[in-house]
Design a binder for this molecule. Sequence first.
Ligand code: UDP
Length: 237
Amino acid sequence: MGTHYRRVLLKVSGEALMGNMGYGIDPEVVKEIAEEVAEVVSTGVQTAIVVGGGNIFRGVKAASAGMDRATADYIGMIATVMNAMTLQDSLERIGVQTRVQTAISMQEVAEPYIRRRAIRHLEKGRVVIFGAGSGNPFFTTDTTAALRAAEIEAEVIFKATKVDGVYDADPHIYPDAKRYNSLTYGHVLAKDLRVMDSTAIALCKENNIPILIFDLTVRGNICRAVMGESIGTLVGG
Ligand code: UDP
């Protein structure tokens, strides 16, 4: 199988791990994601993953209800570690070697984030799952994905979501909304399209990292994305 990429970064939002539930982690969804990642890894593509935490805790939401924002964000970051460990377990159960690295030290359960060590793991064919976001409040895991992708020199970010790309209007409200096949960073920023937050887009733009937004709920899409098939919406220069 001829793969298109050598090293990729997959961003899995907390919402994706939630499946159709209103909260938490759907083990069946995690299993499916793990199986697809296993397939990608078996083709020799080095795979890093950044997990979100919105299925458990979102800092902005707690802050709007009165909680101190930084505290709320730290809780959000810790929530992502639960997702990271769950995904790790699922991957290891099907024989994929993994390492979780966290941006907030939790040495009893995961390695600390060490860039060069992460790269070494990837070179050895291990999946590296980055937990605890960037380690900084006021940021998101999308921005973390952009940051880590730049640091590990990933060629592309795959943003797995529950929609099949970026539209010019909300397809749930406007049935004739048009899906973009490709977009420039500038267009996304200027039109304030909700692909990723603007910090993440700006970081990708500066470092020339393309972002493919695609629907994770369609089985096989992670592999299709990695094989370079034209699914979803590609954001680039
Ligand atoms: N978060 C943070 N700094 C980071 C990454 C995440 O403070 O670098 C916190 C923030 O409160 C956020 C929560 O962790 O709401 C969960 O992450 P995010 O909302 O990005 O998850 P997703 O939307 O991908 O599920």
